[in-house]
Structure formats: structure tokens, C-alpha cells
Write a protein of this length. Structure first.
Length: 156
């Protein structure tokens, strides 16, 4: 029996991506339960919604498109830039890959109208549970920590 590194996900193709931190009016985070399949980063984990940029799309255009595809939400003009992360995939020949994060607040009506188009499901989760008791894709976990602690990090 051979053991695979955890979590083994098959062949991956890193790409620049956009992601959106979606917050309900009562402050909970709308999280996607990622598919449990090979070929994606962190299968079966919770993550924010988003995905790779197509062609010459801007990050914001990719974020808007991904929300339409994944949730049937139309948030053009409502996304606010929040943060970005850069990842070095240089050892694999990809160079630097970026993940740009936006944020938006959803009304209860918008949440009730969601039609899931990707992933195993979605759930509204309070910040404390999300950051302490759930299995969240690490890059999303860090940015969610930043979002939750916006008032607690001091500037120089």
C-alpha cells in the first residue's frame, strides 16, 4: 500500500484568481463546501467563492462572473477590494500567482435566492466557529482572519 501526501489532489494548474468574502447582514460568512474531487486545491474544505481569471479578465470581472456561475448572484458594481495574496509557484515553472479578494454584504433576500452551481453546498458561519472549528482552505482562512480583525490590527 502506498500512501499519498495529504491532501493529494491530482494534477493542479495554478492560475491568477479572484475571490469574494460574502457577509450576511448579521455578520456571518457565506462559505462554500468545496467539491471533494481531484484536481482542485483543498477538496472538501470550506472556502470563499471565486475562481481563476479567464483570458484577459480583470480580477473584479472574474469575481463577478464566478459569483454568477457559482451562486446565481449578480453583484456587479457592489464588490469592494479587500486584500491580495501572492504565491510563488516558481519551483513548478508557473512564476508568481495572485489571489485577489473582494468583499460584499448580502441581504437575506439575496441569500434565500441563491442557486448553487458549484461545490457540495454552502453555509452561513459565524467568524469564531469558522476560524477555530472548521477546515478552511488555508489562504482563505488567513484573509478571513484579516477581515474579522480589521479593527484589531494597527497601522504604523
Amino acid at each position: 500500500m502506498t500512501s499519498e501526501p495529504f491532501p493529494y489532489t491530482g494534477v493542479l494548474a495554478p492560475a491568477n484568481a479572484a475571490a469574494v468574502i460574502l457577509v450576511s447582514e448579521d455578520g456571518r460568512y457565506l462559505m462554500q463546501r468545496r467539491d471533494n474531487i481531484r484536481g482542485i486545491f483543498y477538496p472538501g474544505h470550506l472556502g470563499v467563492f471565486g475562481g481563476a481569471c479567464d483570458g484577459d479578465e480583470t480580477y473584479e470581472q472574474a469575481a463577478v462572473r464566478e459569483l454568477e456561475e457559482e451562486l446565481s448572484l449578480f453583484l456587479s458594481g457592489r464588490l469592494k477590494y479587500f486584500s491580495r495574496m501572492s504565491f510563488s509557484f516558481e519551483p513548478f515553472g508557473y512564476g508568481i500567482v495572485e489571489r485577489v479578494y473582494y468583499t460584499a454584504t448580502l441581504t437575506d433576500r439575496e441569500i434565500s435566492s441563491i442557486r448553487l452551481g458549484e461545490g457540495q453546498g454552502f453555509e452561513l458561519i459565524e467568524a469564531g466557529r469558522l476560524l477555530s472549528a472548521e477546515r478552511v482552505a488555508p489562504y482563505d482562512s488567513f484573509v478571513l482572519w484579516q477581515h474579522c480583525n480589521t479593527q484589531n490590527v494597527t497601522s504604523q
